[in-house]
Design a protein around this ligand. Structure first.
Ligand code: GLN
Length: 538
């Protein structure tokens, strides 16, 4: 069993998660089984209760765990499925330690950070590694953070327990460029490595984020001051077209080879065909489409991370470049639907709360009336149902009880199992549930199967009382949960491609295995574009 730890220095948002993911991809290509997990030093038990401004997207796993969006990178870059055990926060660590203390597990002892908290953390490293050749654990935050110290201390002990030959430390750092001086600077990296060494951790590999090439003399300097062999100073320049070029870029710097040698791993020859193909399709696509995403956190890079990535994957499947046009639903409320003109497809993602809902409904109506491919995810499906009820069925006050608790036409209503739930953490309908597909629907055609499992995160659902009325008006049910009858998919029969899903397909798409519905949506967008004049570019 081999253990790789990824830490970060100088600043956050360095792309540690992407580095971990890309390294995982490179090791899988060499025939190893890999799992990647994340330790986050904050005190929330999970990010499920944080808003997108704090945390970006909440990524949901099959087992219903609400996790950091880096787990999305891990699942997209590697083939393994992750679970609750692969995401640990300080909140969970302290929750577990205090529960043990109350139970009397430590009877007689003073409970302390060392060894009790660090033992809990080390236990999670061992658990994460079960059944794989290599476990990569990324530590959130930046070296020097107070909250991160127990985690780093646990890693130091772990290396002592399991031997240097089985453990490897990668430190991701920033090499800032000072324009006035015309120079790249190594000092912040020297200092963040010094911080690690103070705790007793010597990084084996430095991954250096930089906007400019790192010269040989700088590599020598980093090597000398950070006590890392010069060939283990890895340059990681901003990639050109997409993050999926990262495996090739890091292979170019021999990151995989360094890891394999240092950990003495028996591997196959390197065959990067899969990632070369992905990169080619992204750089030189045959088609191009413009897809509007209508949400309410549009100026945040990370709020709809998996949705954006899955659209790109749908593009890969169709040899099609996807230009994503981010549209704020509240802008539509103010300005009308002019910003939707010329789009080849419209997607409304998930969300909570009533801000911007009417703008999303306007986007649905535009797509329905103009026969533009429409794809609604979770809340996006719910607003599609509301729009259909209002415009087609004539139920003018139709709404979701999430936004209008007293509406006379609650076409979207709270799930029976959610009534009376007051706690907010981890209480939604979460994780993978079965969906049986209806033959003859877009969904059935896309999946090519009659049973699928998709991930959920919601409290409200399609109100079955309206099923017949909707069916008569042309809204068909594409899939239901066989155990509960809950409606999972709605489609408009008389429309080129109009699909709303109660689940989050964006959590199950990879560049190497694009999700069938995202592929079908982009395919419909390409078709829609062919039949309409070329839209003006933004
Ligand atoms: N707010 C809606 C619900 O709870 C949709 C949730 C979502 O889009 N994830 O059902």
């Amino acid at each position: 069993m081999k253990y790789i730890f990824v830490t970060g220095g100088v600043v956050s948002s360095l792309g540690k998660g992407l580095t971990a993911g890309a390294l995982g991809a490179l090791l899988e290509v060499r025939g190893l089984t890999v799992r990647i997990q994340k330790f986050d030093p904050y005190l929330n038990v999970d990010p499920g209760t944080m808003n997108p401004y704090q945390h970006g997207e909440v990524y949901v796993l099959d087992d219903g765990a609400e996790t950091d969006l880096d787990l999305g990178h891990y699942e997209r870059f590697t083939s393994g499925l992750l679970g609750r055990a692969n995401s640990l926060t300080s909140g969970q660590v302290y929750e577990a330690v205090i529960a043990k203390e109350r139970r009397g597990d430590y009877l007689g002892a003073t409970v302390q950070v060392i060894p009790h908290v660090t033992d809990e953390i080390k236990g999670r490293i061992l658990k994460g590694a079960e059944g794989v050749d290599v476990l990569i654990t990324e530590i959130g935050g930046t070296t020097g953070d107070i909250e991160g110290l127990p985690f780093l201390e646990a890693l130091r002990q772990f290396q002592l327990d399991h031997g240097r030959e089985n453990t490897l430390f990668i430190h991701c750092t920033l090499i800032p460029y000072l324009r006035a001086a015309g120079e790249l600077k190594t000092k912040p990296s020297q200092q963040s490595v010094a911080k690690l060494r103070e705790i007793g951790i010597q990084p084996d590999i430095l991954v250096c984020r930089t906007e400019h090439p790192i010269t040989t003399s700088m590599r020598n300097k980093l090597s000398l001051y950070c006590n890392v062999p010069v060939n283990a100073v890895v340059e990681c320049r901003d990639v050109e077209s997409s993050v999926y070029e990262l495996p090739l870029a890091l292979a170019g710097e021999n990151l995989d080879e360094l890891v394999v040698k240092r950990l003495n791993l028996a591997v196959n020859a390197r065959d990067l065909t899969v990632w070369q193909d992905v990169t080619r399709r992204l750089r030189f696509p045959l088609n191009r489409v413009r897809i509007g995403v209508v949400g309410k956190y549009m100026n945040l890079q990370d709020a709809y991370k998996s949705v954006y990535e899955s659209l790109i994957h749908g593009g890969i499947a169709n040899d099609c470049g996807v230009q994503i046009v981010r549209l704020d639903s509240e802008d539509l409320e103010r300005q009308g639907t002019a910003p939707l003109e010329g789009l080849d497809g419209i997607l409304v993602p998930g969300g909570f709360g009533d801000r911007g809902i009417e703008g999303k409904i306007m986007a649905v109506r535009h797509a329905r009336e103009n026969r533009i491919p429409f794809y609604g995810l979770c809340l996006g499906m719910q607003v599609a149902v509301i729009e259909f009820a209002r415009s087609v069925c004539g139920l003018e006050d139709a709404n979701s009880t999430e936004f209008a608790p007293n509406t006379k036409n609650p076409v979207i209503d709270i799930m029976e199992t959610q009534k009376g739930v007051t706690g907010k953490g981890g209480t939604m309908r979460l994780g993978a549930y079965e969906c049986r597909l209806q033959p003859g629907t877009h969904a059935f055609a896309a999946y090519g199967s009659d049973t699928v499992f998709e991930r959920h995160r919601h409290r409200f659902e399609f109100n079955g009382a309206y099923r017949e009325q909707f069916a008569k008006a042309g809204l068909r049910i594409g899939g239901v949960n066989p155990a509960t009858g809950l409606v999972e998919i709605v489609e408009i029969a008389d429309h080129p491609w109009f699909v709303g899903v109660q689940y989050h397909p964006e959590f199950k798409s990879k560049p190497t295995r694009p999700h069938p519905l995202f592929s079908a949506f982009i395919k419909a967008a390409v078709k829609n574009k062919k039949s309409s004049p070329t839209p003006p570019t933004a």
